[in-house]
Design a protein around this ligand. Sequence first.
Ligand code: ATP
Length: 448
Amino acid sequence: MARILIVDDDAAFRGSLAETVSDLGHDVLEAGSTAAGLKLLAAHAVDAAIVDLRMPDEDGLAFLQRAPAIAAIPCIMLTAYASGDNTIEAIRLGAFDHLTKPVPRAALVETLERALRQGASTPAAASPATEERNQLVGESEAMRQVFKQIGRAATSDATVLVLGETGTGKELVARALHRNGARAARPFVAVNCAAIPAELIESELFGHVKGAFSGATSPRLGRFQEADGGTLFLDEIGDMELATQAKILRVLQERELTPVGGNQSVRVDVRVIAATHRDLQHEITQGRFREDLWYRLQVLTIMVPALRERPGDILTIAEHFLRQLGGDAPKRISPAAARLLLQHAWPGNVRELRNTMERAAVMSHGLCIEAEDIGLSARPPAGAASAASAPAIDWDGPLAVALAEVERVMIERALQGAAGNRAEAARRLGISRQQLYRRLEEAGKSHD
Ligand SMILES: Nc1ncnc2c1ncn2[C@@H]1O[C@H](COP(=O)(O)OP(=O)(O)OP(=O)(O)O)[C@@H](O)[C@H]1O
């Protein structure tokens, strides 16, 4: 899964494009102007951008000219009418490609895939914003142990299994292992195994040959090959089907794979880091996870502790997020607000803390975040999934905001009630696991 920035002032077109891109399994950031797009690019790790050429403030060419100073990403330009001139100008300024509106789905899929492949194979130096976003912060003894384990594991090429509850920072640990290892100059490719429908995962991981199935009109490289020479991060590996687990095992053992529909194996040189919030030994006893794959994965294991087990990190990480949000003049946390943060049990761990601080920064009007800005009292108390606490809804405000709040609280309660098991939470909510993932990602879209 990649993160795609869409910059277009036409909200309806942007929305429908965002839907198509997110149907492809990507995370989407949207901006209605060049200035807003550049701001999002500076604040988030973005893998590619789709930018409209004609916009009221500054046109898409201005975006193309200024984006490289922030992050080197492939930019796909969109135009209502492709003229020779605007195409040449866009390509001259470094656009990856040029698409004409309305954009046919097949053309979008093909161009985006090429762009992402290029982006992954030529990793640019991370922008300061990206580096800061991926920084693993923590001063507790528990996190110090994690840092030491990362330091030891980074120098080896062994497979690593990262364990921990949802939102504890497992992906950041994987990125730190990559960044500090011998493969740092090569791609880091992350795949969320739970977010990809079972029927697509093999083609996603191993690629496919032309004609492998209906719709496979051209060959496609899989994520293993995209990560060649670098690191492949398999997130939520505990949610993978047994048949796919067998194929992953083969790649780990033989260092080669066969694309879907193909009959020739391809050699790959990839370091695999896997993560899960599940108890894999329990999954093995239930026949849902292969024991041989578990042995292969857990050569080195790093356990990331839940945030409630390292309360010493809560304020340090909260202040780190405020610095990211506030630049040179970050807001401070009042003593009463700090008490609230320390009392909360953080079932969603650091991701929940991040969301909370972002909301608090918006809610607070002064230089200091007060207890009432934190908004934790409206939430279900820690560990009390059955407590009938109502969401804090502004009944006279915008419908979308109220619905989002109801959704947030219901998802949080379902996750708590299911002890973090997302398949069970999705069942309780009457939605598919993929839909739950998409909603969780949308909720954290502006920062994860
Ligand atoms: N120690 C930390 N310091 C700073 N930011 C952190 C830390 N841990 C996590 N984060 C932030 O919290 C969010 C969730 O982290 P991440 O995605 O790595 O968690 P995860 O354990 O992989 O979650 P999941 O199990 O849902 O995949 C991200 O925005 C990440 O940047």
